[in-house]
Design a protein around this ligand. Sequence first.
Ligand code: IMP
Ligand code: MG
Length: 174
Amino acid sequence: MMDKPEVLIDAEKIHERVREMGMEITEHYRGRELNVVCVLRGAIPFTADLIRYIDIPFKLDAIYASSYVGRESSGKVDITVEPRLEFTGENVLIVDDILDTGNTLSKLIDTFSKKNPMEVKSCVLLDKPSRRTIDITADYIGFEIPDHFVVGYGLDCDEYYRNLPYIGIMKDED
Ligand code: IMP
Ligand code: MG
């Protein structure tokens, strides 16, 4: 059951790209107020690595969103833990693991937009554009990937595999 998933993006490639993204984000927000919001739980490793390359002062918060049951997007997004910080007049950067159908990110953008921020942007490690049902794109994208169910580096299948240091493809029979 717990076979090692096939490598799609190795740890070194992830690290290199996350570093580049951190540098881009640093330049964009230099001299501005920034709140980085980690979407729990899938974006924990990505956020943890990314913030070490954001070389400006910023605040870190987290929000709890879930939509998946097993390998299927339920289409219904639950936000069960609200952010703690105030975002009025400030910039928000939502950090998630993957942009798939777009349900989660669009719900999160709506949620933050109601808090009267200056600007809401989004950052995802992975993007599966072929799966989109909502017309939405992220401002920062690590890697565009084909339509595979992937695990590792925070992404799970029934809560397992989040600890893999790479992004792997789940085989159908697993
Ligand atoms: P969306 O709402 O369909 O865009 O899905 C976004 C959320 O679904 C992500 O934050 C992930 O938690 C989860 N997800 C989407 N695709 C995958 C995948 O291939 N593997 C693991 N989780 C996924
Ligand atoms: Mg998630």
